[in-house]
Design a binder for this molecule. Structure first.
Ligand SMILES: [Zn+2]
Length: 111
């Protein structure tokens, strides 16, 4: 018996479709539904925000799908770089190659 199961509420449609694609790779059929129409705060109702959700078509696949959704949700926030600490003691963000405090170059990671 096939049952439509709500699996995941995505932050946006791109997110939702990425998860559907991921599930499809595992042979799990899923659909995106933009059923969560929420009026934005501030009094103007003509601007609507959608929170799309991902639904699994077959209840049988639910445990596997849930595991994948979990993985998906946590895999999305991989940190794109490490902060580094300068010899002067400052914590410097990864995108800077020099310390903003003393101007020293970023030490080589390999050495
Ligand atoms: Zn420094």
């Amino acid at each position: 018996m096939a049952g439509l199961v709500k699996l995941y509420v995505a932050a946006n449609t791109t997110d939702a479709h990425m998860l559907v694609a991921l599930l499809a790779q595992e042979g799990i059929e899923a659909v995106v539904r933009g059923d969560g129409f929420v009026p934005l705060q501030g009094g103007h109702l003509f601007k609507m925000e959608t929170r799309p959700s991902v639904w699994v078509l077959d209840d049988e696949h639910r445990p596997r799908a849930e595991a994948l959704a979990e993985e998906f949700a946590h895999g999305g926030d991989t940190e794109s770089g490490d902060e580094w600490r300068c010899r002067c003691g400052e914590q410097v963000e990864a995108q800077f190659s020099e310390c903003w405090n003393c101007g020293r170059a970023r030490p080589d990671a390999g050495t």
